[in-house]
Design a protein around this ligand. Structure first.
Ligand code: KIV
Length: 275
């Protein structure tokens, strides 16, 4: 069944949990889609896990469109959400609508995601008014890493928790169809989830959210630069891959690969004429 923003709302109403994973390419998106994952986020985490940057700041619109379109070609049923990269929406409402439009037209997204609360309400209003569904993102928002002074759990003081709750209500009121809650205490995520009618998607926000999202390289054990506490590793694919790469190298060196079954044949009398 095709997942849409309407499905998200219905799932919250029925108490059904929403599954979301990040992906950045066609083959991975196709596997996730076939596994029945509800939504695929083309996160700007591609800056870290695909492009090797230490943060998401340098990711461009072209990066997001290129990878987003590949994911969209692989996802038949999952709702594809593409992240708006740093400075593609903060600069003005006009930039936000134009860039969200590019992610839909060129990236073939089903929705876009942007980071921030009350300060991006005008952008959320304008993008949704243009017919583009917006997923908001609050808490430990990676594009603000320099303002936070590092990867620190957000919303722990009374003032910070109040601000997060007010931001969640503001983005909902502005028209967001869902909100990602990242790196906040579980009890605060539970409260926000209870107060909102739109679904909350947690990452490092505990089990009470309406859905969960993980970066797929983290959950498959493929990314070792750093592993946050909230990650669960479902398979050690990094080790499986390294072992396969090493065996491939060894078999080339030993001559075991390619074997006869990997070769193409031709008639001997034709090749003999060439000698
Ligand atoms: O970029 C990303 O992958 C994200 C998720 C971590 C929510 O925004």
């Amino acid at each position: 069944m095709k997942n849409t923003v309407v499905t998200f709302r219905q799932m919250k109403e029925k108490g059904e949990k929403i599954s979301m994973l990040t992906a950045y390419d066609y083959s991975t998106a196709k596997l996730m889609d076939e596994a029945g994952v509800n939504s695929i986020l083309v996160g700007d985490s591609l800056g870290n896990v695909i492009l090797g940057y230490e943060d998401t700041i340098s990711v461009t619109m072209e990066d997001m469109i290129h990878h987003g379109a590949a994911v969209a070609r692989g996802a038949k049923n999952a709702l594809v959400i593409i992240d708006m990269p740093f400075m593609s929406y903060q600069t003005s409402v006009y930039d936000a609508v134009v860039n969200a439009g590019r992610l839909m037209k060129e990236g073939r997204a089903g929705a876009v995601k942007l980071e921030g609360g009350a300060e991006v309400v005008p952008q959320i209003r304008a993008i949704t008014a243009a017919g583009i569904p917006v997923c908001a993102h609050l808490g430990l928002t990676p594009q603000s890493i320099n303002a936070f002074g590092g990867f620190k759990v957000q919303g722990k003081t009374e003032a910070a928790a109040k601000k997060l709750l007010a931001d969640a209500e503001a983005v909902q009121e502005a028209g967001a169809f869902a909100v990602v809650l990242e790196g906040i205490p579980r009890k605060l995520a539970d409260l926000i989830t209870e107060k909102l009618v739109i679904p909350t998607i947690g990452i490092g926000a505990g089990n009470g959210c309406d859905g969960q999202v993980l970066v797929y390289q983290d959950m498959l054990g493929m990314f070792s630069d750093f592993t946050p506490k909230f990650v669960k590793c479902y398979a050690k694919l990094g080790e499986v891959m390294k072992d396969a790469f090493a065996r491939y190298r060894e078999e080339i060196q030993s001559g075991a690969f390619p074997a006869e079954e990997h070769e193409y044949k031709m008639d001997d009398d034709i090749i003999e004429k060439l000698y």
